[in-house]
Design a binder for this molecule. Structure first.
Ligand code: AMP
Length: 176
């Protein structure tokens, strides 16, 4: 990398009580807005997964799309959107998962890759791990092989790692 390495924590803003009371939101907008910090983030993930024969990068709606798009270009792979309910034209695999309050549904289009394809799943934040676990179940349901996960941020106190135990995981910034 031509530029000196940045401390990526400087580009992550913690916003109290957003979007709801009690949430410490990790805002990656400053990181995305800084060309070098964003490039460095993508490069670190790409460097780790470059020799792992990735065929698709799957991004989780919505901020995961931003990472997946840049990473798939770096790794020269296809891009798969994992979307919230009702956004993808069918047929789709659809799975509901529990949130802290209530539930949500993620979807992946059927037959968007061939059986056994090697797939890297990415998102901006790993929190409780429910979203990542649901994404993994969708990829498995569709017959993909999960090469691993990539996150910009992990909130380690929420123990999301346990939900995707057994898979490789690369995370750039960890908070206790
Ligand atoms: P979880 O399923 O609890 O691991 O939540 C992960 C998903 O929710 C990711 O798609 C994140 O974009 C979002 N998310 C959860 N907690 C936060 C947070 N504190 N700051 C920003 N995004 C979050």
């Amino acid at each position: 990398m031509a530029e000196a390495e940045h401390d990526l924590t400087k580009f992550i803003r913690t916003v109290q009580d957003f979007p709801t009371q009690g949430i410490e939101f990790k805002d990656i907008s400053p990181l995305l807005a800084n060309a070098h910090a964003f490039a460095q983030s993508i490069e670190v993930l790409a460097d780790y997964y470059r020799d792992k024969q990735i065929e698709y990068v799957a991004g989780i709606e919505a901020r995961g799309f931003l990472i997946a798009a840049a990473l798939s270009l770096q790794l020269e792979t296809g891009l798969l959107p994992i979307r919230k309910s009702g956004k993808l034209p069918g047929p789709v695999f659809s799975l509901e998962y529990e949130l802290e309050y209530g539930s949500s549904t993620l979807e992946l289009q059927k037959e968007c890759f061939s059986m056994g394809s090697n797939i890297l799943i990415v998102d901006d934040v790993l929190a409780t791990g429910g979203t990542a676990e649901c994404a993994a179940q969708l990829v498995n349901l569709a017959g993909g092989r999960i090469a691993g996960f990539g996150f910009l941020i992990s909130l380690d106190s929420l123990a999301g790692r346990k939900r995707i135990a057994g898979y490789e995981e690369v995370t750039l910034v960890r908070y206790d």
